[in-house]
Design a protein. Structure first.
Length: 308
């Protein structure tokens, strides 16, 4: 169980380290990184979400129970993090990074591990997990950025921000195409797939480039809060929700896996674009990637509690 986890996380760690080395070496001009982040947020990540949701093969999966478990556990943990905000010695932008670290997940790692553990069935379940969690998390994060980020929005401004958010729009578009059974046109599907695949390495390189170990001391408490929510609170909420909604077997195991994944590079891109604490977000992303090699096997072992 541990080997598939390490093999899935190793390329993530390598790309983060490579991004850090490239930035520090001065190989690329400083102006490259903000433009790369903008490209990822407005083009590559939306392509990833739209393609993934529109082309998912969901098959014979307990979709309703799975979606209820994932959405309920995500919302519960999100509410708990907001309730904990007064106890955290950080500013508003810093809290947005803690929040993202607690609720976002790395799709790439999740699909890779699910495929390694359950084969084609795991990939199908992972597709449903993406369809349920991606739009939920993006809407919650936009709300948190609007409340705690550097740019405060009115109710109308918040509605416009959600309606115009490229990640939310991509999720809605992908779900609609999936529900209609329309799929993607033959000429467009490979282009979107290629753009989406490019988002993963570029995003992780940007995460590594933003790492500043000179400020690592101030990361400790926020990273503990984000990682505690991600690796302890979220799995516990998922187990309870699975028991409540009667979800078991492979679907419950993959749901638990996805809710215990480290946060994704998209969290850093979103922090940079929407007024969060991007360096802190980079630190949380890198730290959780390392921790996940130890925590995910433990979480999967706990999946036995969900029954057959």
């Amino acid at each position: 169980m541990t080997l598939p986890v390490i093999l899935a996380l190793l390329p993530v760690a390598i790309l983060i380290a490579l991004g850090h080395a490239i930035r520090r070496s001065g190989f690329l001009a400083e102006g490259f990184w903000p433009q790369a982040e903008r490209l990822g947020y407005y083009v590559l990540l939306p392509a990833l979400f739209l393609h993934g949701l529109a082309t998912a093969r969901i098959g014979d999966i307990p979709i309703l129970a799975l979606v209820l478990v994932l959405v309920a556990s995500t919302v519960v943990v999100a509410a708990a993090l907001v309730a904990m905000r007064p106890l955290l010695p950080i500013d508003g932008p810093g809290f947005t990074s803690v929040f993202q670290g607690g609720v976002r997940f790395n799709n790439y790692v999740g699909v890779t591990i699910a495929a390694g553990l359950f084969g084609a069935q795991g990939i199908a379940i992972a597709a449903v997990c993406n369809a349920a969690i991606v739009p939920t998390v993006n809407i919650l994060c936009v709300l948190v950025f609007a409340r705690f980020g550097t740019t405060r929005l009115s109710l109308g401004g918040l509605a416009r921000q959600i309606a115009a958010n490229p990640l939310v729009l991509a999720c809605v578009g992908g779900i609609l195409l999936q529900a209609l059974g329309a799929g993607l046109p033959p000429g467009i599907e490979p282009a979107l797939r290629a753009l989406g695949q490019a988002s993963l390495p570029l995003g992780l390189l940007c995460v590594g480039a933003a790492l500043d170990f000179g400020t690592a001391r101030r990361w400790v408490q926020p990273m503990l809060a984000a990682s505690g929510a991600k690796f302890l609170l979220m799995p516990a909420a998922t187990v309870l929700a699975s028991l409540a909604f009667g979800l078991g077997g492979a679907a419950a195991s993959v749901a638990l896996l996805f809710q215990a994944l480290p946060t994704a590079s998209s969290a850093y891109i979103m922090a940079r674009q929407l007024g969060g604490d991007a360096p802190l977000m980079a630190g949380i992303t890198a730290t959780q990637t390392v921790l996940a090699a130890f925590t995910i096997p433990l979480v999967l072992a706990a999946a036995a509690l969900l029954g057959p």
